[in-house]
Each structure stands twice: as structure tokens, then as C-alpha cells.
Design a protein around this ligand. Sequence first.
Ligand code: ADP
Ligand code: ADP
Ligand code: ZN
Length: 217
Amino acid sequence: MRIIILGPPGAGKGTQAKVVADSLGIAHIASGDLLRDHQERGTKLGSMARSYMQQGLLVPDDVIIGMIEERLHSSDAQRGYVLDGFPRTLEQARALDKTMEKEGQRIDLAVNIRVSEKELIRRLGGRLVCRRCQRPYHEVSSPPRKRGVCDECGGELYQREDDTSEAVRRRIQVYAKQTAPLIQYYYERGGLVEIDGEGSIDEVRDSLLKTMPKAGV
Ligand code: ADP
Ligand code: ADP
Ligand code: ZN
């Protein structure tokens, strides 16, 4: 299974992609997590991406495409994957199609998670993320059992530096201009499913898993 999760920042892509990947036993590949990992490790790519991310702008296509292609070739991605946060531009989508075509593969499903702008702002304003395993939490909607500590790995929870109100506003604008056109792109190719992302985390998970009958989940 090769799945793409689309949706604006704060839609719940990371939260849901992890659930889907775990239940199907496939890799969860999140472009934002990979970029933050590069920053932690102090790589050239990480320091180059940093100022774009802080401002809520997209990192240049060629950099992202190279990083994702490398990840798609790693051994744990061979059984399938859930892509979260990539592609984010038409150029990225076309590059992905080209790579997959070369390898005789295709995307099985693209799911768009729809959430209103007001709710996105509420979610991102209260988001906390685990420094170690990157699992997202929310101060109100999805708090950890112990304040400041990840339920899953015991890692420290922190607020992302691009979850400030200014960067959030910019990211939502960037999404509307550069990423929303991908909905039409995948719709035209067939295999796009849209789900309502406004319900609780469990409700959204159930609608998402219902779109995957083939996987027998
Ligand atoms: P994305 O990867 O699309 O930016 P996340 O999965 O990181 O989104 O979720 C953004 C924030 O919203 C997190 O704080 C997360 O805990 C919270 N969240 C995710 N899904 C829901 C939901 N269905 N209802 C309420 N809060 C949610
Ligand atoms: P969100 O949870 O808000 O959807 P991500 O963690 O996916 O955010 O991404 C954080 C930032 O990383 C983006 O604002 C952007 O700067 C950069 N980024 C992530 N994925 C991509 C991509 N596919 N193309 C360009 N920039 C990206
Ligand atoms: Zn953790």
C-alpha cells in the first residue's frame, strides 16, 4: 500500500498517518519530521531548511524531492508507506509520479483531510510534539498522561518554533496557494478520497480506515 495524506497544517495528518502506518505495518514518512531530524543532526540540509521553516515558507522543491526519494529507497519503505506532508507542490507531485513510474509502482490512495481554518488555528496553537519520536499531542484535545512527557517513549514534549501565530497564518496561506491545487491533481488521476477531519481523533481515524477496504483493516 502506498498512501498520500493531504490536508492543511493542523489537519491531523501526522496524528492519523501514524495510526494508518501502524495498522497496516508500513512506514510513516513525514517530510517535516525528516527536516527537523536534519536540523537536530546539524546537517547542511537542515541548516539550509531552517529559515524557510521558521517563516512558514516551503523549502525549495529540489531539496525536498531529493530528501524524500532517498527515504523512499530505504529498506523499511519497500512494503509500502504513508506519505505525510509530501508532496506539497505540483512540481513535487509530478516528480513523485515520475519516480514511481520508473519503478513500475503507483500511489494506491490519496486522502484529503478537510478542517476549517478556525479549528486549524486552535489545534496548532495548542500542539506539543515529542522531541524523540515526533508524536503530536494537544494541550486540550489530546494531552499526554503526564504533563510534558510522551506517553509512548518518555521523550520531552515541546512547542514547535513554527507554531507561533504569525508562522501559522503564513503556513495556511502557503497551503492555499501552493498545496491545495494537489487536491484537483489527485482527483483527476482517480483514487482521491476526502474525509471530514473536524471530528474527534478516533472519529477521523475510523473514517480514514474505512477508505481502505482493500487493506482489510
Ligand atoms: P498536521 O500533521 O496535519 O499538521 P497534527 O497531526 O500534528 O497535524 O495535529 C495538529 C494538532 O491537532 C495536534 O496538536 C494534534 O494533537 C491535534 N489534533 C489532531 N487531530 C485532531 C482531532 N481530530 N481533534 C482535535 N485535535 C486534533
Ligand atoms: P504541518 O504539521 O504544519 O503540516 P510539517 O511538519 O509537515 O508541518 O512541515 C513543517 C515545515 O517544513 C513546512 O512549513 C515547510 O517549511 C517544511 N516542509 C515540510 N514538508 C515540505 C514539503 N513537502 N515541501 C516544502 N517544504 C516542506
Ligand atoms: Zn515520544
